[in-house]
Design a protein around this ligand. Structure first.
Ligand code: PT1
Length: 265
């Protein structure tokens, strides 16, 4: 899953066509590089990020989704917690809703997922992006997140969502201290009990910086190492910035994992 951020940067500030165009070109590039899904987002959810008003989020993502859906064959995912943005994105051609708030932010989200039959990424987050890294706490991070998945899948089912629509994501970096992220990545196979596909996003995240001192742009090796180990634990979707490099590493990992014999860890 290639990450397509449509957030204004210093170059295209004040020129919407330039930012949309740059995002569309970046999307095309990630598809040439082999991305199987593009995840389009107009609101940053990194630690400390401020919310973006719905109107602004719509202005950022909808033109990009509309343009890409006309010319590419890979599924497009909308990274949003707002049902209004998700609905407009589905109308513009997206078919997956990636909701880091797992329908907790607004009950209308579960209804939209149910009626649209779209794919739905259920991600775990403790708190909100603005404050989530202030003292994250768990009794047992694996058990707590498994309980969250169980509860959320039940709530979604009650709203009419089919289990087959869902993908589970432990939310690396979303209200987690270093030890929590490592515990989750080391034991990600525990979430296979739900029988749903697993997704992780580790690309360039701060736990890699905490472990290595690497700056954000220098975290590709750590991102790839975590992605490969996650896939070894049964993860089937990896959200990544660096598509070419990540795919090469995952192809090699999968070829080796395919040869694994039973009863060896
Ligand atoms: C993710 C994810 C996402 N991550 C899904 N969607 C982000 N399903 C956005 C840091 O610690 O993992 N899964 N959408 C990006 N969010 C973060 C969070 C970026 C933490 C950086 C950090 O540095």
């Amino acid at each position: 899953m290639g990450i397509l951020n449509v957030t204004p940067d210093s170059f295209s500030e004040g020129n919407r066509f330039a930012s949309a165009d740059a995002a569309i070109n970046r999307g095309r590039e990630m598809i040439r590089q082999g991305a199987d899904i593009l995840d389009v987002g107009g609101e940053s959810t990194r630690p400390g990020a401020d919310p973006v008003p719905e109107e602004e989020e719509l202005r950022r993502v909808i033109p990009v989704i509309r343009a890409l859906s006309k010319e590419v064959r890979v599924p497009l995912s909308i990274d949003t917690t707002k049902p209004g943005v998700a609905r407009a994105a589905l109308e513009a051609g997206a078919c997956i809703i990636n909701d880091v708030a797992a329908a907790m932010a607004d009950p209308a989200m579960a209804r939209l997922v149910a009626e649209s039959r779209a794919g739905y990424v259920v991600m775990h987050m403790q708190g909100t992006p603005r404050t989530m890294q202030v003292e994250p706490r768990y009794d047992d991070v694996l058990a707590d997140i498994a309980a969250f998945f169980r509860l959320t899948l039940a709530r979604l089912e009650a709203a009419g969502v089919a289990e087959e629509q869902t993908v589970l994501d432990p939310g690396i970096g979303f209200g987690k201290a270093l030890e929590h992220n490592l515990e989750l990545l080391a034991n990600i196979a525990a979430f296979r009990e739900f029988g749903r596909p697993l997704l992780v996003g580790v690309s360039r995240k701060s736990f890699i910086g905490r472990l290595t001192g690497a700056a954000t742009e220098a975290r590709l090796p750590g991102s790839i190492a975590s992605a490969c180990l996650a896939v070894g634990g049964g993860v089937s979707i990896v959200r990544a910035h660096d598509v070419t490099e990540t795919i090469q590493a995952l192809r090699v990992s999968e070829a080796i994992l395919d040869r694994k014999r039973p009863c060896t860890s």
